[in-house]
Write a protein that binds this ligand. Structure first.
Ligand code: ADQ
Length: 459
């Protein structure tokens, strides 16, 4: 059995300990099964880059390296989060391209690849994750590494026209061609990538799902990430899950709760969601005193200026809505920046009649899946889901909305609140079946299975 080497920006719980989601769990499972190695940034910033640290424990072998303050600024804050993140989410207006960021991004990727190189074994299968690490394989190939290397993009792949606005976008494309397998969340992402590659690389050809260009063959395939739905449903019954559920039920006193849960990020459409809720209270006066909207949005990427702007915008909007509609015994909107534990979150979802998941763009969106998994099958809540989340391609039994259309989103909240029980059950059954059919373990199994049968050793 070949060994898995996973490479991601952060090692361990991929996006923060309390939010350690299914992805970390799926990777850990596969890593343990193959006695694999997990490599990436330690999460620490140190004045001088100190080589790499190896740790073994709990059946896991990790290799991590620190970033210098300059690397952190150029690679992580700069090119990854101020350039690729907004651009890939169609926010050309927020894309802060800077040649210094781009150089730093390439330098860190090259250094990471050089750090990993001596630890590689001939039969390793290497799985690189996400937009921070696009050029990683290119350096490995330059150093003669011919093992199977796959890349999975967790965010959307944008349309060609959007990508062409990025200076040096051709370097990004060239870097992607160093992989054997490129995985995206949806078929649409694959189509957008192929449209870009076939039209921008002279002589590129496509045979089935294999792109031939720049002297290489790369397979392109959709792997829609899932969650461990069965385990997630159990979270409701844990101590934390029960505590949060009961707290909310008591506070609601029979009112309907609408819930939004996101990292505080401009891609998640939180201001538009607040406006849609304001619209609901304006257009349907009977909802006043009868509904409450809970938005849980822990701060993220606080050192990136656009996130501070978003934070003040939301504080302003929530104050405006509560100022206009609140009564002595009713707070229409509760907006909290605290992180809730994964189990506690399941309790909050369970207590909510409507799950409002309305990103302006999202690779997949796991909150939509978690909300469904946490529902009571006998009396489930209704998911209102943005058509621009990758999840919408699979979760067709949700109420699909355009998040920019605040009137329509307000209307969808009303439809959801008043939906007959049999229709809620039918939609929930269909959604839950989808989650069980393609869960997080199937996602990693299929990616790795495809990678093993694709490329490698100079094929
Ligand atoms: P994210 O942009 O982080 O992930 P998402 O898919 O919704 O978005 O995952 C967030 C995770 O964090 C979920 O497991 C959720 O429960 C948790 N979380 C969010 N808000 C929280 C809160 N307030 N308290 C506690 N936990 C919270 C990126 C892409 C997505 C893609 C994933 C996985 O942007 O599109 O689905 O990677 O590929």
């Amino acid at each position: 059995m070949s060994r898995l080497v996973a490479v991601s920006n952060r090692v361990g719980p991929i996006r923060g300990a309390t939010r350690a989601g299914g992805l970390a769990i799926a990777l850990v499972d596969s890593l343990k099964a193959s006695k694999g190695l997990w490599f990436g940034w330690s999460g620490k910033i140190a004045e001088a880059s100190s080589g790499a640290t190896t740790e073994r424990g709990g059946g896991l072998h990790t290799l991590t390296t620190d970033l210098t303050p300059q690397e952190h600024e150029d690679y992580y804050n700069g090119f990854a989060n101020r350039c690729l993140w907004p651009l890939f989410h169609y926010r050309i207006d927020l894309t802060a391209y800077d040649r210094r960021y781009f150089d730093g991004y390439r330098r860190v990727n090259a250094r990471f690849a050089q750090t990993l190189r001596p630890h590689l074994l001939p039969d390793d299968v290497i799985w690189v994750h996400d937009y921070h690490l696009i050029p990683f394989a290119e350096t490995l190939r330059e150093m003669g590494v011919d093992q199977h290397i796959g890349f999975f993009l967790h965010i959307p792949f944008p349309s060609r026209e959007v990508l062409l606005t990025l200076p040096h976008q051709d370097r990004i494309l060239q870097a992607l061609m160093a992989y054997d397998l490129l995985g995206f969340h949806t078929e649409r992402d694959c189509e957008r990538f192929l449209d870009y590659a076939v039209n921008e690389i002279p002589g590129a050809t496509l045979a089935g799902d294999v792109l031939c260009a720049l002297g290489r063959k790369v397979r392109i395939k959709a792997f829609p990430i899932g969650i461990d739905a069965r385990e997630y449903a159990e979270f409701v019954w844990t101590e934390d899950g029960q505590r949060q559920w009961q707290r909310v039920k008591t506070a609601l006193r029979g009112r309907d709760q609408i819930i939004g849960v996101d990292r505080l990020d401009y891609t998640k459409g939180i201001p538009q969601r607040f406006l849609a809720y304001e619209r609901l209270l304006q257009d349907y006066p009977a909802t006043r005193g009868q509904v409450e909207f809970l938005q849980v949005a822990p701060l993220s990427r606080e050192t990136v200026p656009e996130y501070a702007t978003l934070r003040s915008e939301l504080e302003h909007l929530s104050a405006r809505i509560n100022g206009a509609f609140a009564d002595v015994d009713w707070t229409p909107l509760r907006y909290i920046n605290r992180t809730v534990s994964r189990r506690g979150l399941a309790g909050l979802y369970r207590a909510s009649k409507v799950g409002l998941v309305t990103p302006l763009r999202d690779g997949m969106n796991l909150v939509a899946k978690e909300y469904v998994a946490a529902q009571d099958p006998a009396d489930p809540g209704v998911l209102v889901l943005s058509r621009f989340a990758g999840a919408a391609a699979q979760m067709k039994a949700a109420l699909i909305v355009n998040p920019y259309d605040t009137v329509a989103v307000a209307e969808a909240m009303q439809i959801a609140r008043h939906m007959p029980l049999d229709e809620r059950q039918r939609r929930h059954r269909e959604l839950m079946q989808g989650l069980l059919d393609y869960d997080i373990r199937r996602w990693s199994r299929e990616f790795l299975g495809t990678l093993k049968e694709t490329g490698g050793h100079g094929d």
